[in-house]
Design a protein around this ligand. Structure first.
Ligand code: DP6
Length: 368
């Protein structure tokens, strides 16, 4: 039976506990190795994807809630949205759109006055996608509100599954941020629990220790707004003549990646990661209209990574999201060498560049 979270019982006249309070969650961004690119229906992925949840690139969000004051309009949302302590109408619109999709799942959100405060630990204009951390932080807050008011989400597994499902409705990749470590989203025969409606974490036994402390250093090539929004990018896959082959490639890559994560094969992992990143960019280049999302520095950095790998024999790899920033992927055991290379070779070759040091992380944390 299809999972259906619609629940008309979650109205304040059914509340078991206090109907005002404050909830806060900090939730991380994630970096996909097998990329989600192409969607249909209600935020459903065209192919399975697999990512690392990060540790330092976080969104910190709190929601204060109180029952509507008598005489105020009883229908629709009443939401004030603050980003870095300032009312932010642009972000507010996106959050309102997200919340209005949830009114059959959380009917109580239309019976409350809501004030949302949010901030990112990474620089706002760094070009890092904040939708995964931002939408998952909101979803965690809403699920905690349900538990606080109605007591209906006490089971931690059910809580996270629902939070992942809700996150997906806000932004596809956000559903993976709810879990620690390596996380899969989208059904695949080699991972029976995997589903299109929510993400699932890989078990510890499926991940070789070398991948349990992996690094992701993000080299900020451009701080500007994205050239193409993810939604437009996903939409372009519908007319892309390579689409079906791409989805097949992702399914195969997913199988191969599961195998090398278990075996601890870092080189095979790196080859898959780079092929996925370049495929994502190739898909954008072959879309109508076509887009080039890399900058000259992106390519210069990629060449530096390749030549360092050749000369040192060390397993340093890269991936990219739908933008020009380069994510350096490497195991903890070569962290000192990579640090020296960054300072002594890369920075002098391409000029000073902002680097956000990140690592595989443990998932969202509640702070209020
Ligand atoms: C390239 O999750 O941002 O980062 O569902 O439209 O919000 P929407 O898209 P989004 O797409 C992310 C795509 C990607 C690859 C990935 O994270 O898997």
């Amino acid at each position: 039976m299809e999972l259906d979270y619609r629940n008309p019982g979650l109205r304040l006249d059914q509340a078991k506990n206090a109907t005002s309070g404050q909830i806060g969650w900090e939730s991380p961004s994630n970096i996909a190795i097998i990329k989600y690119w192409g969607k249909y229906g209600d935020q459903l992925p065209r192919n399975p994807s697999l990512s690392f949840t990060l540790s330092n690139s976080l969104t910190r969000t709190s929601i204060s809630y109180a029952p509507r004051i008598k005489g105020e309009p009883k229908t629709g949302l009443n939401l004030k949205f603050y980003f870095e302590n300032k009312l932010n109408p642009d972000f507010s619109k996106r959050v309102e759109k997200f919340f209005s999709r949830l009114k059959d799942i959380f009917p109580f959100i239309e019976e409350l006055d809501l004030e949302v405060h949010t901030e990112n630990t990474f620089p706002h204009s760094s070009g890092i996608a904040s939708s995964a951390s931002g939408m998952s932080a909101l979803a965690m807050c809403l699920c905690s509100m349900e538990q606080e008011i109605f007591g209906t989400l006490a089971d931690p597994e059910e809580f996270l599954q629902k939070a992942s499902y809700i996150s997906r409705l806000g932004s596809g990749s956000a559903c993976r941020s709810v879990y620690p470590g390596l996380v899969a989203w989208g059904k695949h025969q080699d991972l029976p629990p995997a589903a299109d409606l929510y993400a699932v974490p890989l078990e510890e036994t499926q991940i070789h220790p070398v991948f349990q402390s992996f690094h992701d250093d993000i080299l900020i090539v451009s701080r500007g707004a994205k050239k193409v929004s993810s939604s437009v990018g996903h939409g372009l896959m519908d007319g892309n003549i390579y689409a079906e082959n791409r989805y097949e490639q992702a399914r195969r890559g997913f199988s191969e990646l599961l195998e090398c994560l278990q075996k601890g094969d870092v080189r095979e992992f790196g080859e898959i990661a780079e092929s996925e990143a370049l495929t994502l960019h190739a898909l954008m280049m072959t879309s109508r209209p076509p887009f080039i999302l890399m900058e000259p520095e992106s390519l210069a950095i990629i060449q530096q990574i390749q030549s360092y790998r050749e000369s040192s024999g060390l397993p340093l790899y890269f991936t990219l999201d739908a933008g020009p920033n380069i994510h350096l992927l490497y195991p903890d055991e070569i962290a000192a060498e990579v640090d020296t290379w960054l300072r002594e070779t890369l920075q002098p070759a391409i000029g000073s560049i902002q680097i956000i040091r990140d690592k595989i992380g443990t998932g969202p944390q509640r702070f209020a």
